[in-house]
Design a protein around this ligand. Structure first.
Ligand SMILES: NC(=O)c1ccc[n+]([C@@H]2O[C@H](COP(=O)([O-])OP(=O)(O)OC[C@H]3O[C@@H](n4cnc5c(N)ncnc54)[C@H](O)[C@@H]3O)[C@@H](O)[C@H]2O)c1
Length: 386
């Protein structure tokens, strides 16, 4: 048996892969999450980070020094970066309000895009992004790294195995008792949306991906900001006191919704940056033949909050099966997110996390905001993608 075949079975013998090109990569927005992108790009043997852009003078240069990206040229805007560099790919790591603009401009410049979550702020922006994606013929993947975790993948495998039967009810969400971020996350002018976009999108993706992303039909949404606007629950950051952060806070710190999905599925959702409670509860997927309990999790780092439980009837007896927590193997979630994006470019697709799915994630977030503002249930109106 050849070494190549053996290495598929024997732990410890690593299968070497060959890399036949060098990806010239840019990073737009050199804030906090860009650090994980830079680290992961550095771990890829076939990537050269050639450009960095940030609106804040000196920020991209400081980032270049910190991460030793000596071949990267620095720019004060994404448009300058796109005009001056021949890029194969960019990571869009800006705050939510500039996701759409940076992504559309990059696609129109013929560059493949790894876009950080949430996809954007409104459903209209999501449709604009998807039109640009189609017209460009380039690859666009949305940065949901939990998709790379084996436990998150197991949720989908269980649902798709049919063991739960037809799904009719889902409860999901997550939250923190105290965990309001600061900086650019708490103002509409940069973040657009609060806990909903920051962590809510992950909980939605965890369950909607498992059940095949059915189209949302109606939404009754609620949002509030009792904690973020109260200096007692605020934190100081580099540029602001707790009082100032409370004053500038104008996004949601809690959201809840009742969503009707195509196929007769009800989705009961809640998410929180702060509340007088440790968790709003486990995620539940109820089907006609069985049910799955996913212990409370914030999802973003791909962890489940304990072993999942599968409830089924076997020969008339009510059984509970514990699903052991699976260890993550190989490189970290971020490396896998970056690698799967690069491999998809190489192979001509499909995108690891396609916009065709995340469009519905964004539609729910958008409809929660609109329903909350209207104070009543609304029908989800999806813009045409033509
Ligand atoms: N995947 C994850 O685990 C994860 C974790 C944290 C944040 N995020 C997402 O990453 C995004 C950024 O978060 P962050 O914490 O890094 O924010 P940040 O505020 O630290 O950084 C954003 C940077 O983008 C820059 N910027 C904005 N518009 C720009 C433009 N047009 N051209 C160039 N630079 C521009 C800003 O000046 C800022 O420095 C958010 O959408 C957030 O939801 C993802």
């Amino acid at each position: 048996m050849s070494d190549t075949v053996l290495s598929n079975f024997t732990p410890g013998i690593r299968q070497e892969r060959s890399y036949h090109r060098t990806f010239k990569v840019g990073i737009i927005g050199t804030g906090w999450i860009a650090e994980s992108h830079a680290e992961s790009y550095k771990n890829q043997p076939d990537v050269e980070v050639v450009g960095l852009a940030d609106l804040i003078p000196g920020k991209a240069e400081a980032f270049r020094e910190r991460y030793g990206l000596k071949n990267a040229r620095c720019y004060l805007s994404h448009t300058e970066l796109l005009a001056n560099e021949q890029l194969d790919a960019v990571s869009v790591c800006t705050y939510n309000m500039t996701h759409a603009e940076c992504t559309i401009d990059a696609l129109r410049a013929g560059v493949n895009v790894l876009l950080e979550k949430p996809m954007c702020v409104t459903i209209e922006e999501a449709a604009d992004i998807m039109r640009a994606e189609r017209e460009s013929g380039k690859l666009l993947s949305v940065g949901f790294q939990p998709r790379m975790d084996p436990n998150m993948q197991m949720i989908k495998k269980i649902v798709q195995s049919g063991v739960l039967g037809e799904i009719y009810y889902i409860q999901t969400g997550g939250g923190r008792r105290r965990g309001i971020p600061n900086s650019t996350f708490i103002e509409k002018k940069t973040a657009g949306i609060g806990a909903l976009g920051d962590i809510g999108c992950y909980s939605l993706d965890m369950v909607l991906n498992a059940v095949g992303y059915p189209k949302p039909l109606t939404v009754t949404g609620y949002t509030s900001n009792f904690f973020g606007t109260n200096p007692m629950y605020q934190y100081p950051d580099a540029g602001h006191t707790a009082q100032q952060n409370a004053e500038r806070f104008d996004v949601d710190d809690f959201a809840a919704a009742f969503v009707r999905l195509e196929g007769g599925i009800i989705l009961d959702f809640r998410i929180s940056w702060a509340m007088h409670l440790d968790t709003p509860g486990d995620s539940l997927i109820l089907g006609k033949k069985g049910a799955l309990r996913i212990p409370s999790t914030e999802c973003w780092n791909g962890t489940v909050g304990g072993p999942m439980k599968l409830y089924t009837d076997v020969a008339g007896a009510q059984t509970v099966t514990e699903i052991p927590i699976l260890p993550s193997t190989g490189s970290g979630l971020f490396d896998k997110k970056i690698r799967s994006f690069l491999d998809a470019i190489d192979q001509g697709g499909p995108a690891p996390v396609p916009t065709s799915q995340i469009f519905y994630n964004q539609a729910i977030i958008d409809a929660i905001c609109k329903s909350a503002a209207a104070g009543k249930e609304i029908e989800v109106s999806l813009p045409s993608l033509d």
